[in-house]
Design a protein around this ligand. Structure first.
Ligand code: MG
Length: 312
């Protein structure tokens, strides 16, 4: 299934939607109409997915094979919307924790950054973890604001993100993917000057709006092999990054297993799994985003983020 957090003029607070075809079913309203107990927020869904799953399946069954908006009772009550008629927020609009990230997880990206940063071109022997502040989270089509007084080196990083679905600690690599609720697309937008100036990544990775995510979470059952997905990023239609998740240095299972040693991962935790080569700062000459640019971040089997860059 594909779950979104969406808003409408009538219900402006982001709430849970189920996407099918080009439409969004308002899960909470559908549950009220059909007398099925279902959640209205993504976090609640993720925490109790197994409990809610039969109800969600019942909603879909009741909607039948017809397009949701054509089901009279649904359209009359406004519980299904055309996808283009709603505003999509990040699937988890305000995560409860920092977004968990890994750096240097594609060897070509390790090589391209090594020269610029004067580091070893060898892939790291253990994952390099850092985080982004929850306030950095942005919608799938949200604007990326550039404030020249803060940073003049805003860069892109296309990434696949895994959403943790079960509390897990000390999980083995073999069991790790069972802890995943689903996957989404994430752009780890980075202020390179701040990243370099402050040594640790946190500040340069955490500017407001620098973590667009979405457009939805695809549940893990629909992406049984997350390690064979094409991933790409385009700026103004020009391909800047093009790779496959099979090229990760550390698999998603390995990352989750390593992170979970002695550290509890919880439902709703977001793990960004690293970016492939083709970022702006390692290009010759370096390229950074400017007002008027539009970034598209795509992961096969999930979808596309589209983020315009604006001056703040
Ligand atoms: Mg990154």
């Amino acid at each position: 299934m594909r779950f979104v957090s969406f808003a409408t003029p009538e219900l402006p607070t982001p709430h849970l939607g189920l996407v099918r075809g080009g439409e969004v079913l308002d899960v909470d309203l559908a549950g009220q109409v059909l007398n099925v107990r279902v959640p209205d927020q993504m976090q609640e869904l993720i925490e109790n997915y197994e409990r809610y799953l039969p109800g969600l399946q019942a909603l879909l069954t009741r909607a039948g094979e017809r397009r949701l908006s054509e089901v009279k009772a649904f359209s009359d009550t406004g519980i299904a919307h055309k996808l283009e008629a709603v505003e999509l927020a990040a699937p988890l609009p305000r995560p409860r924790k920092n977004v968990l990230c890994v750096g240097l997880n594609y060897s070509e990206h390790v090589r391209e950054t090594a020269e610029v940063r004067g580091r070893s071109a060898e892939p790291p022997s253990e994952p390099v973890f850092f985080t982004k502040a929850p306030t950095s989270v942005n919608g799938p089509y949200g604007t990326i604001g550039i404030d020249p007084a803060v940073s003049s080196e805003i860069d892109w990083e296309a990434e696949l993100a895994a959403i943790i679905g079960k509390t897990c600690k000390n999980v083995s690599e073999e069991e790790a993917l069972q802890c995943v609720f689903g996957y989404t697309v994430l752009n780890d937008v980075t202020a390179r000057d701040l990243q370099a100036r402050h040594k640790q990544f946190f500040k340069g990775k955490s500017l407001d709006g620098s973590c667009p995510m979405g457009p939805w979470i695809v549940t893990a059952d629909e992406l049984p092999d997350p390690q064979h997905l094409d991933i790409a990023l385009r700026v103004n239609g020009v391909v800047k990054q093009q790779a496959n998740t099979s090229q990760m240095v550390f698999s998603i299972a390995r990352l989750i297993s390593v992170l979970s040693q002695g550290m509890t991962l919880e439902p709703g935790d977001i793990l960004a799994t690293g970016t492939p080569s083709g970022v702006g700062f390692s290009r010759t000459p370096p390229e950074f985003l400017k007002a008027g640019d539009v970034m598209e971040t795509e992961v096969e089997g999930i979808g596309i983020l589209r983020n315009p860059v604006v001056q703040r």
